[in-house]
Design a protein around this ligand. Structure first.
Ligand code: SF4
Length: 162
């Protein structure tokens, strides 16, 4: 959902999300149409692609996606830190049980990961989704539905007198 920052934009964005949920849709929708246009900011794009070109890029939890990122064009290599200061990087290792990729694609919820809240939490992150506070698993851990436990108080029930 693309939404603006004004309170009415946020509310309208939430309404549109709820409508998708009720109608069983999962689509990119644009609430912020007065600023965000399908063709983008032509002038900014022109400058951007003069300096950068598409490149295969590795994304946390998703792996390498062809042409999903940008790198400086060869004529700007003198400004490219990766060219000037090459660093050997070990490939990212992801724990076998981590389902971050499925979560980022919206195919699974964080609490469907068997490690969530047990071996993996914000203090001891195992996968990339738990590392930073805006990570999907970290946010779900902090703000998701309350975790039930055997010692949790049962919900109060109301019995009709009679
Ligand atoms: S809870 Fe941890 S291990 Fe599981 S998907 Fe999230 S980051 Fe990966």
């Amino acid at each position: 959902m693309i939404a603006g920052f004004e309170p009415l934009d946020v509310l309208q964005g939430l309404v549109m999300l709820m409508r998708q949920r009720v109608e069983g849709r999962a689509e990119v929708e644009n609430e912020y149409y007065r600023i965000v246009r399908p063709e983008g900011n032509r002038r900014a794009l022109e400058i951007l692609y003069r300096v950068f070109e598409p490149a295969d890029t590795e994304w946390r939890g998703l792996g390498v996606i062809p042409n999903s990122g940008l790198r400086l064009r060869p004529e700007y290599a003198r400004f490219d830190a990766a060219v000037r200061l090459p660093v050997e990087r070990e490939p990212l290792k992801v724990h076998r049980g981590c389902i971050c990729g499925d979560i980022l694609r919206g195919a699974k919820r964080p609490d469907e990961c068997p490690l969530f809240g047990k071996a993996c939490d914000p203090e001891h992150p195992i996968g990339p989704c738990m590392v930073s506070s805006e990570g999907t698993c970290a946010a779900y851990f902090r703000y998701g539905p309350p975790k039930r436990s055997a010692t949790a108080r049962p919900e109060r029930s109301v019995h009709a007198a009679g």
